[in-house]
Design a protein around this ligand. Structure first.
Ligand SMILES: [Mg+2]
Length: 218
């Protein structure tokens, strides 16, 4: 993997560990949203969420196709959680990102507002990131769909070969590598995924610099 000009960072379960518990809470909020706003039973909502993730990469596009849904209302509802309870300040992450000589881009299927809250909870300065590319800025198309990547690359003005994609979802890593020729780093806390398209696999984001610059290290 050659030194990248752009490091594309997923946010949830990438910049903080999945074991923080926030992922579980956000999933529960999606079930609650489907019950509260669209009258589904808990069982129906769970089934629908699983189907949406399988078909669309995440819940929101599926919900939008099945229901008359206000994206802003949805995002505010599911993100109405105490993020600071789960995501703690990470000074090590701050200095590691600072030392990577590339433009850092936040590229998330979530919302910009949620992203800003996570970045603040981690104790990071949002100004170290060149762009925030969220679900709405990619025309409401989620990773791993190639149209989402194309929109993101247009926004940041980059070619795929100049980028390294850092994400916890193997599906995203596969498209980044196969379709766009990106360098790829899979964040896999449990070391459970088999993903040949990942140039490097790391358990935690603090190992990112060693993954990008394996010779120089930290
Ligand atoms: Mg993620």
């Amino acid at each position: 993997m050659r030194a990248p000009r752009y490091v594309l960072l997923d946010v949830d379960n990438t910049l903080y560990p999945k074991s923080s518990g926030l992922d579980r809470v956000l999933r529960r909020r999606i079930i609650e949203y489907l019950m509260d706003r669209h009258g589904l039973t808990a069982k129906e909502a769970e089934g629908a969420r699983e189907r949406y993730v399988k078909e669309y990469g995440l819940s929101l596009p599926g919900i939008m196709s099945d229901f008359d849904t206000d994206v802003v209302d949805y995002q505010e509802f599911i993100h109405d959680v105490d993020i600071e309870e789960y995501v703690k300040p990470d000074p090590e992450l701050c200095s590691m990102l600072d030392s990577i000589d590339a433009e850092k881009v936040l590229y998330t299927n979530s919302s910009e507002q949620h992203t800003r809250r996570v970045i603040a909870a981690l104790g990071l300065d949002i100004s170290i990131f060149g762009h925030i590319v969220d679900f709405r800025s990619t025309g409401c198309i989620a990773k791993p769909f190639p149209e989402s990547f194309e929109a993101m690359l247009r926004i940041i003005g980059a070619n795929g070969e100049d980028c390294v994609m850092v994400d916890d979802m193997p599906k995203t890593i596969v498209v980044a590598k196969q379709v766009f020729g990106m360098g790829t780093v899979l964040v896999d806390e449990d070391d459970a995924a088999c993903c040949v398209e990942a140039d490097m696999k790391i358990k935690r984001i603090s190992d990112l610099k060693r993954a990008i610059y394996p010779v120089q290290g930290l």
